[in-house]
Design a protein around this ligand. Sequence first.
Ligand code: EPZ
Length: 419
Amino acid sequence: MSKMVIHGGQKLKGEVQVEGSKNAVLPILTATLLNSGISVIKNCPRLRDVDVTLKILTKLGCKVKFEGDTVIIDSSTINSTDIPVDLATEMRSSIIFVGPMLSRCKKVKISFPGGCEIGPRPIDLHIKALRSMGAKILDIQGGIIYFNADRLVGTDIHLSYPSVGATENAMLASVFAEGETYIHNAAKEPEIIDLQNFLRAMGAKVTGAGTGVIHVEGVGRKLNDVEYTIMPDRIVAGTYMIATAMTGGETVIKNIIPEYISSITSILIEAGSDISISRNELKISGPKRNKAIDIVRTLPYPGFPTDMQAPLVSLLSIADGTSIVIETVFENRFKHVDELMKMGANITVEGRIAVIRGVNKLHGATIYARDLRGAASLVLAGLVAEGETIVENIYHLDRGYERMDAKLTQLGAMIQRKD
Ligand code: EPZ
């Protein structure tokens, strides 16, 4: 199994370019099904979840070409409505195929999604939203759901939780629906705005993304070909910011949208980093030792992102003082804590609450990644630990970070990937 071998103690120095956003590109790739023509997606990151999504599109009949960071998708012909189980169960976002497939083909067969084991990952909000537009579940057998929608009719959808995926599915199911759809308590994440921008570039009538209410006016079933550039990944940017702060280094993070990472910036300044921002890049200098943060709550955007929780816990594990982190979004997203404890961290977890007593230093150990952002947090801990750290099961990292070992090496880290 692939692993990362890290010798800690290096301060990160230099520049790092942030790749395109995983959580923006995945729904946008499924949205290409709405255009029976050519979609050109630029700034697409090379990630495992992108590969899986492109494989599913190919299985459905699309022609896909991926050159450099540009994906060209010809979705003129769709010759299947079955999402392969082995691919669908590899990642959470496969469920976002339902909206566009119902819009385009009026039916789809799909398994319950897979992805990071960070809680039950239910899809009740997706199903409720789609049903309210007229979609039906014909059958559920052995984890496979048979959706059908002879007609999709616009309606008022009220999400009981601002679910990112349910918001995206509702948007994609309403593009061709008869009449108007309002999605209330919609997720406000920047990736939703990127999806709206992509849909509008194809000729769909979508407004309101980033506010709590999204309005979609159904259009006839012909959209135009499109060329679109994906937004930069705010979580990848935050991860390299935290890595710099933890090692007391000084780096320039290039290709960012400052307002999208303001909650991360403010927490790192509170912990002692100096940060200056100019247009689409950020310079960060970490402190000799970070200060503890009394309480951090993960929240839907614009709150502190749950995807940054694990990397931040690594930083707080060596901060000066005691911090409390409350994970309000997912039920079980502290799996990295057990591994950090093997390195000498002093953390107590009770349900969704972690109490982190900062220690002076961590020591290297062999530790095991169990989900995407947990894997990142363990690599970051290895950067500051004394001696050698081996992070096993590093394939989790490949779902959301493009060549992290190469980028950290470029910043002066002593890190080697062994496949
Ligand atoms: C998206 O997941 C992201 N994934 C996640 O990033 C991110 O952590 C999450 O949004 C929150 O920001 C992608 O965009 C591919 P949710 P999603 O629906 O859509 C509950 C990463 O590391 N819920 O907003 O699955 C759910 O259990 C990944 O890049 C229901 O109860 O997140 C969770 O507790 C991890 N019923 C909460 O809502 C539903 O039908 C938030 O889930 C749907 C969700």
